[in-house]
Design a protein around this ligand. Sequence first.
Ligand SMILES: [Zn+2]
Length: 253
Amino acid sequence: MGVYNCEAILLAVRDYDATSRMVTLFSREHGKLSALAYGARRPRNELAGCVQPFSHVELALSSGKNIEAIKQCAIKRSFRELREDLDRMAYAALVAELVAELWPEREPEPAAFDLLLDAFALLGSRNVRVAALAAALQLMALAGFRPEYRQCVVCGQELAFPARFDAAAGGGVCATCGEPHLTPFGAEGRDFLDRLLGLNLAAPGHFSVTGAVLMETERLLGEFLTWRLDKPLKSLAFIAALAQDKSGGARGQ
Ligand SMILES: [Zn+2]
């Protein structure tokens, strides 16, 4: 393919060797790719400033024997605000990790690309927990993994609330169909999921939710994600550790 151009969002950037970085990117034209940014760890290197996680960039890539190399990089939008705040960074990393897990290499998905851009803009400006939930749910739905929250996934009847949520079965279950150890799932949780799924990320308008419903929804979507992807997301563990730090700090005061 020689050298080619693409528009991309950098999902993850890590050190590769003493001078280079390895990038996982999501491009509008070619989907997910890995690429090496040679020299990007050198301060004066022209790639150093723009090869940053979450950046929206124009790239010139050259295809190598095993892996692509980034030849040029121009920033369209840096999303610097996502790297300068620990909470925003943690939730942006979660959404980025989810995209990387949901789509295989070289499978273009322009709708997911646009959704991710809107999600990053929202994560930089609004409540990160709500923005991340909306983005995660909409990305899952786009990939064909929407949790069922109107009907019981066991008996098929319209869900009566309070219900429970069975991640392994794919969604809500009536109290009589579900095991008592399953996560509680209330009517407010259902309404919240509905709003998250229908939310226009580019123009979300006013949004309010109680802390209890937010926590319940985070818990059940976290379970659903872990089960659907068949592995725990690294960024979810990091978010949990952040939350633990905060509650530990509060107790200490
Ligand atoms: Zn049922």
